[in-house]
Design a protein around this ligand. Structure first.
Ligand code: CUA
Length: 208
């Protein structure tokens, strides 16, 4: 092995190159641009969390899944107004604590809310992680067993919303649909959407 080869293969000797020369002005400019851009992106994270209006600022607390399920049942008992496909339909009063339980493979119960009214939502799961995804509003959050996720929600657009599970949770994952109907402010309960329509699946909707 020649001396040059030995030098090339050794990690002990400094490699040949031009790295010790001062950086060219253009290179320094680009590094400065990249650095400033990094700072902007870094600042955007807290800024967008506060100003972007897209990250729900709820809080989580620990909860025993069985205790949460029991609270959900009590909530259903108190405010149930009907039934949708064997799942109770619940219409909580303004400001009520609303419990929504995710379990393989359903969202329990179905909800009827009023536009412009604030509710204290509690989300939790009985068994595994589920994903709460509200269509077509594009609200997404994780529903985790053992944790009660509290979130103040004020529906601002009447309509029928579908809850889709967006976290793979087993063989029935794709069938895990729930329903939230938001009635226009001032509407009488008798003008409620028929419960069956609230659970329309995409194929149901495309039918004439
Ligand atoms: Cu629940 Cu997927």
């Amino acid at each position: 092995m020649s001396a040059t080869q030995q030098e090339l293969l050794s990690g002990l000797g400094a490699p040949r190159g031009i790295w010790w020369r001062p950086a060219h002005k253009q290179e320094r400019t680009w590094i400065a641009i990249a650095f400033v851009w990094c700072l902007i992106l870094f600042a955007m994270m807290p800024f967008w969390h506060l100003k972007g209006g897209q990250n729900p600022s709820g809080f989580r607390s620990r909860v025993d899944p069985a205790a949460f399920a029991e609270r959900t049942l009590r909530f259903v008992e108190e405010y149930q107004v009907g039934e949708v496909n064997g799942i109770p339909l619940v219409a909580p009063p303004p400001g009520a604590d609303v419990y929504l339980l995710a379990q393989m493979w359903r969202w329990y119960p179905a909800l009827r809310l009023t536009e412009g009214v604030t509710y204290n939502f509690h989300f939790s799961a009985l068994d595994v992680n589920h994903g709460f995804s509200l269509y077509p509003a594009n609200l997404n959050l994780q529903v985790v067993p053992g944790y009660d996720y509290g979130l103040k929600i004020t529906p601002n657009r009447p309509g029928e919303y579908r809850i889709v599970c967006n976290e793979f949770c087993g063989i029935g994952h794709h069938n895990m649909l729930g329903s939230i109907v938001v009635e226009p402010a001032g509407a009488s309960p008798s003008s409620a959407t028929p419960a069956s329509a609230a659970f329309a699946t995409p194929s149901d909707r495309s039918r004439p």
